[in-house]
Design a protein around this ligand. Structure first.
Ligand code: ADP
Ligand code: ZN
Length: 608
């Protein structure tokens, strides 16, 4: 872990140096551009109209033009007040608005003999000529130089990948023991470690080893960690790169980076390549315009590289994504990422194990019970749990505790979930009342819904952006959720809005998140889980609206209507439950206004 940090530091430093060079170049260019601009200003001694009048008075001896330039030089006749001046002193510069119009005009003057000036089409004072041309070219030259520099910085053909292990330090230091939970997943990957350790044995046997392994799972579930652990266990270098780093503003760079990455890996083999966020390059190839065609080039290069492995090259490509459905199917074909492993958010035991692991070098008070914390953090990822313990350590330090207490961890959980309590935020009485009824609405409604878990805490103390919150007890992790449970979840979500409407006959923006979540559930029920009686058990999940057409024109209409109906029904049911239990709703809301926070026990008392 320390080594990783050092690497990042170094990278950042490099970034700063590049950044400063970049800024200096920009400044130099700006100076040159403004300088040449002022230079032009200085030489433009005669205004065009004045010049025209001098021509008309036949005071000009010579007019020198440059093809393609509106800058002309003129030499006055050595007469009048200029009689004693040298040719150079009589030379001045004029900018003509339109060279063509000027030419026509002056040639007419010459042809009709109105003036007797000499017109030189290309010839100019050679000194002025050269320096002027150089000057006018300078910004362009500098711009080209700048572009080249940017290209270099962007790593045109450059390689942004990070190598852990290999020449610098033999191992990534991460071992399977550093990955808590995920026993099944680790089990599946043990054979990869063995292969990396003795590739010859497998080759002799003629065994085909997977080239690419895709790790599915939401951020923070430990995908990077497990990939590093494979490299660490096998003692091979770990080269990592993020998919988003392949996406560049200059076309073709992504593809060249992929090529470099694999070239590097071939030199370091046996080794592991880890591509994080592969969906950034590997999303479905749809059209071939703009950014997407750049994507396609990068993706194609990746496919070419994976297909081009020699059998004796021991390189395993691990890739991580949060959105498997986005991936181009070509990536999943045999010989590419043909093995997929789901890395789920940890279950109860997994959470306990992760908590224990991350507490190894933290000082804990005796009252800390990992089982209990694990029970309160259902759905949390490993990264979030690690973050909670770190927060707890910070809280404990600030509170000058000798060790991290149970309370510190509970506060950290709250801080991470709903933001810090903002006790001192001034709220108007009206707002307070609205919030109290809103939260009481959630709590009371869910009490009458058998599938919903018990209320743990109701509060109208604002946290983060929320005006208040209702916390439910978490139960054991479940694999499946029933239709009834989803429907009742929606009802309890609508409980807040329903209470506002019933009691205050006023609805507020405070329910926006509830409504968003409830609508999302309704949509998933119909589109994803096939729970609509009318539409039936069909997945209607599509990437593009037109794909729905295969189900007939009226399907989109139906989906919309069904979603609306589900949410509306939930809202009505919530109102019905509350209007039957107005007395309890009032009592809970009053208590909230009084105490700002109600515990589980206090809440239950209203129902006895
Ligand atoms: P991902 O790559 O899936 O986004 P990471 O591997 O980067 O997640 O995890 C981030 C951090 O979270 C890790 O460095 C580790 O501290 C912690 N973590 C996540 N999962 C686990 C786990 N199963 N065991 C121990 N720590 C974990
Ligand atoms: Zn709410």
């Amino acid at each position: 872990m320390n080594n990783d940090n050092k690497k990042d530091d170094k990278k950042q430093k490099n970034g700063w140096i590049k950044y400063s060079i970049f800024s200096i170049i920009v400044v130099i260019i700006l100076v040159f551009i403004s300088y040449s601009y002022f230079e032009n200003e200085k030489k433009e001694d005669v205004a065009y109209t004045e010049f025209i009048s001098k021509v008309n008075k036949n005071e000009i001896e010579e007019i020198n033009l440059t093809a393609g330039s509106n800058n002309i030089t003129i030499i006055y006749k050595a007469q009048g007040d200029k009689a004693d001046l040298s040719e150079e002193e009589r030379t001045e510069k004029v900018i003509v608005p339109s060279l063509q119009a000027f030419m026509e005009w002056i040639q007419d003057k010459l042809a009709t003999g109105q003036i007797d000036a000499k017109l030189n089409q290309e010839r100019m004072n050679p000194m002025i000529n050269i320096s002027e041309r150089l000057f006018s070219l300078l910004p362009t030259i500098l711009l080209i130089v700048l572009m080249l520099m940017i290209f270099k910085m962007q790593g045109l053909g450059g390689d942004n990948s990070k190598v852990y292990g290999g020449e610098e330090n033999k191992k990534t230091n991460v071992k399977f023991d550093d990955v808590a939970g995920l026993d099944e997943e680790k089990g599946e990957l043990v054979e990869i470690v063995d292969f990396l350790k003795n590739p010859e044995a497998y080759q002799k046997m003629g065994a085909k080893i997977p080239r690419g392994i895709l790790l599915y799972g939401k951020p923070g579930t430990g995908k990077t960690l497990i990939a590093k652990a494979i490299a660490g266990e096998a003692g091979v270098p770990f080269i990592s790169m993020s998919g988003s780093e392949f996406i560049e503003m200059f076309a073709g760079l992504g593809a060249s980076r992929v090529r470099k990455l694999f070239e590097r890996a071939k030199k370091l083999a046996p080794c592991i390549i880890f591509i994080d966020e592969i969906d950034a390059i590997g999303s479905r190839r749809t059209s071939n315009s703009g950014a997407e065609s750049e994507n396609n080039q990068t993706l194609n290069q990746l496919l070419v590289e994976m297909d081009g492995f020699e059998t004796n090259e021991t390189i395993i490509v691990l890739a991580a994504t949060n959105r498997p459905e986005m991936l181009d199917k070509a990536l999943l074909r045999p010989g590419r990422f043909d093995r997929q492993i789901t890395v789920p958010a940890p279950d109860l035991l997994g959470r306990e194990a992760i908590l224990k692991l991350h507490c190894k070098d933290k000082k804990l008070a005796d009252d800390v019970d990992f089982k209990e914390i694990a029970g309160d953090t259902s759905g949390f990822t490993g990264a979030e749990l690690a973050n909670i313990l770190n927060e707890a350590a910070i809280i404990a330090t600030r509170q000058k505790h000798d060790a991290i207490t149970k309370m510190d961890i509970e506060n950290a959980v709250r801080k991470v979930t709903v933001g810090l309590e903002k006790q001192n935020r001034v709220i108007s009485d009206k707002d307070k009342k609205l919030t109290a009824y809103h939260e009481a609405g959630h709590a009371v409604v869910s009490k009458f819904l058998p599938t919903q878990t018990a209320v743990k805490e109701v509060s109208i103390i604002p946290r983060g952006v929320a005006g208040g919150y209702t916390m439910y007890k978490t139960t054991e992790d479940k694999w499946y959720v029933s239709k009834t449970e989803l429907l009742e979840k929606m009802i309890s979500l609508m409980g807040g809005r329903a209470a506002e409407k019933l009691v205050l006959n006023e609805i507020s923006t405070g329910a926006s998140n509830d409504i968003e979540v409830a609508t999302g559930i309704a949509r998933d029920m119909i589109v994803l889980y096939g729970m609509s009686d009318e539409i039936g058990p069909i997945s209607l999940k599509v990437d593009e609206p037109y794909e729905l057409q295969i189900f007939g024109e009226e399907i989109t209409d139906k989906i919309g209507k069904q979603i609306t109906q589900l949410v509306e029904n939930a809202y009505i049911t919530a109102q019905q439950i509350l209007s039957k239990n107005m007395d309890i709703l009032d009592k809970v809301a009053q208590k909230l206004l009084e105490k700002e926070k109600i515990t589980e026990e206090e809440f239950e008392e209203f129902f006895n």
